[in-house]
Design a protein around this ligand. Structure first.
Ligand code: NCD
Ligand code: ZN
Ligand code: ZN
Length: 376
């Protein structure tokens, strides 16, 4: 059977080339989307055997990733970040062009001298704020940002080093669904007022309050990453047909109106929002147990899910800016020059991936997805 392949560059798709593959006999229209290679601006790679197991899934499609420092023990020094970077490079598949962009884990005792060292290393791109107790491996995080970390923040401003925030308060009296909103009111707003030059990424935004806050700030100064799960799932997914541990992450999924606000924001074409999967693998036994860990392993499905969201919003022309332009532009890094292809073809997500120490279950395990990425 002969197929004719032609490329159409419609005026409504300025930066994206579609290839429409028309199969004459069986009359299927297949769509291919060729986009600049994306980066992942929020990724947990872990270490040891789990690192080896998960890294190919990110390195396959993404050019670079901001590597989160919440290991056990956390990456609190430049020396530790450089050693972690070496183990990531060692775990990469042969000939992979993937570049890890390292971060430092902020604590009450981080010093301005450490920030200077980090900047001078040339491999550390940001500092991560985990309020102590907010999420996985955050027990060494910050207990009193305004009381303990001001000299460090001043040093970061000096070096134009962005602060990445897990934006939730931890006070037990605050309802878990309000933690992001209260964090914006009590921490983030005062912080950006106090440091008008500080660059901040509000990580994995989950509420319309966060969307409004980011949109109200100066472009290029405050931005946000958005995960696949917060674009396609709402809090019902935690309980649908029984407790669903693989849909549990922090900040926890919110109600449908919040999901819709996030979809509108990212598909509007705003430069303030970019791809950050928050892919957070935990061994199956640590998810399916009486006190399961927070974190969704989405690296194998992330691009397919993002493409679905933009397609359903009629905004496929805006996908490439979200996946591949807005992030590097914010960080002041060059955009990738290679391309990947997303082909509209059904594929089944594996039930799990086995590795030397167990199994890890991906988001949408066993389900069908529509867009298949390939690294060409
Ligand atoms: N998102 C999560 O639920 N978990 C992340 C930590 C984080 O990003 O908050 C993890 O490291 O497992
Ligand atoms: Zn987080
Ligand atoms: Zn994370």
């Amino acid at each position: 059977m002969k197929s004719s392949i032609f490329t159409c560059k419609a005026s409504s798709f300025p930066s994206t080339t579609f290839k429409v593959l028309k199969e004459v006999k069986i009359n299927i229209i297949k769509m291919e989307l060729s986009i600049t290679r994306p980066d992942d601006w929020h990724l947990h790679l872990r270490d040891g055997k789990l690192l080896e197991a998960v890294i190919p899934h990110s390195a396959h499609h993404f050019g670079r990733a901001i590597i989160m420092p919440n290991l056990k023990p956390p990456i609190t020094t430049t020396a530790a970040a450089m050693a972690y970077r070496e183990s990531i490079l060692k775990a990469l598949p042969i000939n992979s062009g993937f570049t890890p962009l390292m971060t430092l884990y902020l604590t009450d005792s981080t010093t301005p001298a450490e920030i200077k060292l980090a900047k001078e290393s040339g491999v550390i791109y940001a500092v991560k704020l985990y309020p102590a107790g907010a999420t996985t491996n955050s027990q060494d995080g910050v207990t009193d940002l305004f009381g303990k970390c001001m000299p460090v923040i001043e040093e970061m401003v000096k070096h134009n080093m962005p602060l990445l925030v897990h934006g939730e308060v931890t006070s037990p009296e605050v309802d878990i669904f309000d933690r992001e909103k209260v964090f914006i009111e009590t921490v983030l707003s005062p912080l950006v007022l106090k440091f008008p030059q500080l660059k901040v990424v509000m990580e994995h935004v989950t509420t319309m309050d966060a969307v409004k806050f980011v949109e109200s700030c100066a472009e290029g100064r405050i931005a946000a990453t958005v995960t696949p799960q917060h674009l396609v799932l709402n809090r019902n997914s935690l309980f649908q047909g029984g407790l669903q541990p693989h849909n549990y992450c922090l900040p926890v999924l919110k109600r449908e109106t919040h999901r819709q606000a996030i979809v509108s924001a990212v598909t509007s074409g705003s430069k303030r929002f970019f791809l950050g999967t928050d892919s957070a693998p935990h061994d199956r036994l640590k998810k399916e147990c009486p006190c399961g860990c927070a974190g969704i392993y989405n690296a194998p499905v992330a691009l397919a899910v993002y493409a679905k969201v933009f397609e359903e919003a009629g905004a496929l022309d805006k996908l490439e800016a979200f996946t591949s332009f807005n992030g590097p532009d914010f960080y002041g890094l060059p955009r990738n020059t290679s391309k990947i292809t997303l082909r509209k073809t059904p594929w089944k997500v594996p039930e799990s991936f086995s590795y030397a120490s167990g199994h890890v279950v991906p988001m949408f395990a066993g389900e069908m997805l529509d867009w298949l990425p390939s690294p060409v």
